[in-house]
Design a protein around this ligand. Structure first.
Ligand SMILES: *Cc1c(COP(=O)(O)O)cnc(C)c1O
Length: 407
């Protein structure tokens, strides 16, 4: 008899986005004359930069000719892209990362979901709350947690992001082995300083632990004192893996391209205490289970690193950040304490009331959709996330309506 992986039955059904969709659909059906503005979902809205479109067309034409046709490429990515990443994202910021330490993939969601499988079953996890759900759910599927009790999986050390710590958790008092961090953060928009990241690197060193650092929103950092990469912290090459994605940097959410950095100096141990290079393990896993990102997509990603590409992507990000600034200013003016929006496309609003109740108020009275914080974890209760991914016109209209509704 074929049997299931029963760890899947421990998963709390994530009703967040389907619950939101249900409430919005019901509202629209009952109020067909009132158009709704969606500032809930974390997806980009603006088209790809022109350099990417040109690269996609040119690469597609190469595939049309026998002489330049490409079949399977290197699983880890083409050298032209890995070298561009190493040079522009790392060497240029003083980080020592080689091109062959970079693994090109079809998304950071897959990478941060898959990476856990090269580690032992009984390692101790540290996971933020509120959080991007992929980190915890993939570990539940792998059997690294107990059951969900009152919304939290047993055996996980939750790193709480609250008003008291300005939404940047400090290192736990207990030892853990695999630590997930995300800065700039989704959903809070919080960023971590060099000093804060240094405490995490030191904690990981002391505990022979590994940090999985998700910097999907790195390109939104505008404060020059905030590190863009964990490798800006001395010693991080020995304790950290970094995930980056072209999704929010250049609008690749539907196009799919990302990368993971695994320094060769990074070690993990077997049950006899023998060290193993994590790079070699991941290389084995990646080449066994993945067959590379499409050539035209990698060409489009590489185009971002040209002078024109840099100019176009920063213009795109500035556009979203200008939206974010308008949202944060308007919500602050209404008396809410907010973070994010200055170095991230999300504004995290301390509503001082139940997050679903606040969601309903905005939907019913302002026809604006936000994301209730409770959907991201216990510590998200009392907060909502508003996303800057929309047109200027929609953001401005939404803010006028919110102000009128909450007056
Ligand atoms: C959007 C996002 C990513 C990127 O995911 P892709 O699969 O590369 O599109 C990664 N981490 C977080 C926290 C995100 O919000």
């Amino acid at each position: 008899m074929i049997r299931i992986n029963e760890n899947y039955t421990k998963l709390k059904a994530s009703y967040l986005f389907s619950d939101i969709a249900k409430r919005v659909t019901a509202y629209v059906a009952a109020n067909p004359s009132k158009p709704v503005i969606r500032l809930g979902i974390g997806d980009v809205t603006e088209p790809l930069p022109p350099v990417c479109i040109e690269a996609l067309h040119a690469a597609t034409d190469e595939l049309a000719k026998r002489a330049t046709f490409k079949g399977y490429g290197p699983e880890q990515g083409y050298a032209f892209l890995r070298e561009a990443v190493a040079q522009h994202d790392y060497a240029a910021r003083g980080c020592q990362i080689e091109a062959d330490e970079i693994f090109i993939s079809d998304g950071s969601k897959c990478d941060c979901g898959n990476l856990q499988e090269i580690f032992a079953q009984d390692i101790r996890l540290a996971i933020p709350d509120p959080v991007y759900p992929v980190y915890v759910d993939t570990n539940v599927m792998a059997g690294r947690t107990g059951a969900s009790v009152d919304g939290r999986y047993q055996g996980v050390t939750y790193l709480e992001s609250t008003p008291a710590n300005h939404y940047v958790p400090s290192v736990p008092s207990v030892a853990t082995d695999l630590i997930y961090l995300c800065f700039p953060n989704n959903p809070t928009g919080a960023v971590a300083t060099k000093a804060q990241l240094t405490t995490w690197v030191e904690y990981a060193k002391k505990n022979q632990a590994i940090i999985l650092f998700d910097s999907a929103y790195e390109a939104y950092i505008r404060n020059p004192a905030i590190p863009h990469s964990i490798y800006e912290i001395p010693g991080a090459r020995e304790v950290a893996i970094e995930f980056r994605s072209f999704s929010k940097t250049a609008g690749f959410t539907g196009t799919r391209c990302a990368y993971t950095v695994i320094p060769k100096a990074l070690l993990a141990w077997d049950h006899q205490g023998q060290p193993h290079a994590v790079h070699a393990l991941w290389n084995r896993r990646h080449t066994t289970k993945f067959n590379g990102v499409a050539y035209p997509i990698q060409k489009a990603a590489a185009a971002i690193y040209t002078a024109a590409g840099q100019q176009q992507t920063s213009q795109l990000i500035n556009f979203y950040l200008d939206n974010a600034k308008l949202i944060r200013e308007a919500m602050t003016k209404l008396g809410f304490s907010c973070i994010g929006g200055d170095n991230a496309p999300y504004i995290w609003i301390n509503t001082g009331r139940d997050s679903w109740a606040f969601f309903d108020t905005l939907l019913n009275n302002a026809q604006v959709v936000c994301t209730p914080g409770a959907g991201f974890g216990q510590c998200g209760e009392g907060h909502v996330r508003i996303s800057a991914f929309n047109s200027r016109e929609n953001v401005e209209a939404a803010l006028v309506r919110i102000a009128a509704a909450l007056k």
